[in-house]
Each structure stands twice: as structure tokens, then as C-alpha cells.
Design a protein around this ligand. Structure first.
Ligand code: NI
Length: 193
């Protein structure tokens, strides 16, 4: 049995978060290990969704586990997830992201989607998603295309958030806390995706 590992989570404006991730050929032992490490990293953060590029791996892999707001699902492991159907109806959710720490904004997306993916056993699955799960799946798939939720809000708000993130990182570096393990954050607001 291979031990799981916590992976460092990249934060904006890291250029790796803007890259397009490559599909996996199959869910093999290596991808399963990545999925398991991502789930552990996501839960420790804590978050409800995580995409591989957020840990610097440019492969089309996401994990989700949601236990809140009437949604109880997962853990779900998805390789090569693809939205194959969307509702006409939209929903707005105040999104956060582990790669955009401590910032939140309302994002409008289709209220329901159907996603096709390879599961942890390399079997093809289709899943109809609604509510927070639909938001989360779309948010994570965006990560695989180098898109963050702040790319879906006004450019004024986006540049304000990015400026604050750069400033916060510089302050952290000045304090010399860069190589210390990050403190476990409480969910103060919405869950981070
Ligand atoms: Ni995110």
C-alpha cells in the first residue's frame, strides 16, 4: 500500500494555473495515486473540489467531495471530465477557490449539467449534477482549461483580487513563513472549490 501525500496548492497569479491540461490515456496506478493525493490535499485545505493543475500537474483530473448545503456526494474521482449537457436555466453561486484564497465572487453558470468521465477504476461514467455539485464540477473543469472563477467576473474586481493576492504573498515571504506548513484554515464563508 502506497502512502498518500499532501501536495502544495498553487495560488493565483501562478502561470501554471492558466495552462490547458492534457487528457490522461487511462486511469492507471499513477493517476489513481494522483487522485488519492489530491483528495487528501483537498480535504486538508479544506475544500470541496480540486483540479490537478492546482497542484502543478497539467492533467485532466479532478476530485470532489461535498457535504453541505443539502448536497452530500463523493468522494468523486474524474479523469477527462466533459460536460455533455447543460440546462437552459442558470444559477448564481458565491464561489471561492483554494487557488484564490480568501476571495469570493458571484458566478453565473448553468444550473444543471451532465458530465461524462473516467472514474477511479477507468470505467466511463455519466453523472447528472445539480445544485452545488453542478457549480463545483463546472468550476473544476474550468481549471483544466486554465480558467479561474475570477476570469468570469469584472476585470476591475479581478485585478483588485490579484493585486491583493500578490501583496499577501509578498507579506508572507517577508515574514519568512514560506517553508512552514500552512495553517489549517477554517471555512469562514463559502466552501473553496
Ligand atoms: Ni478552484
Amino acid at each position: 500500500m502506497v502512502a498518500m501525500a499532501l501536495l502544495p496548492i498553487l495560488t493565483a497569479p501562478d502561470p501554471r494555473l492558466k495552462k490547458k491540461s492534457q487528457p490522461v490515456k487511462a486511469v492507471d496506478g499513477e493517476i489513481r495515486q494522483l487522485m488519492d493525493d489530491m483528495l487528501e490535499t483537498m480535504k486538508a485545505a479544506p475544500g470541496i473540489g480540486l483540479a490537478a493543475p492546482q497542484v502543478g500537474v497539467l492533467r485532466r483530473v479532478i476530485v470532489l467531495e461535498i457535504e453541505r448545503e443539502g448536497t452530500s456526494v463523493g468522494p468523486l474521482f474524474m479523469a477527462n471530465p466533459e460536460i455533455i449537457d447543460v440546462s437552459d436555466e442558470d444559477a448564481t453561486y458565491n464561489e471561492g477557490c483554494l487557488s484564490v484564497p480568501e476571495h469570493y465572487a458571484d458566478v453565473v453558470r448553468p444550473a444543471r449539467v451532465t458530465v461524462r468521465y473516467l472514474d477511479r477504476e477507468n470505467a466511463q461514467q455519466e453523472l447528472a449534477c445539480e445544485g452545488l455539485l453542478a457549480t463545483c464540477v463546472q468550476h473544476e473543469i474550468d481549471h483544466l482549461d486554465g480558467v479561474l472563477f475570477i476570469d468570469k467576473i469584472s476585470s476591475l474586481k479581478r485585478s483588485m483580487i490579484l493585486r491583493k493576492l500578490v501583496k499577501a504573498r509578498k507579506e508572507k515571504e517577508r515574514e519568512g513563513s514560506g517553508d512552514r506548513a500552512p495553517a489549517k484554515k477554517e471555512i469562514e464563508h463559502a466552501p473553496a472549490l
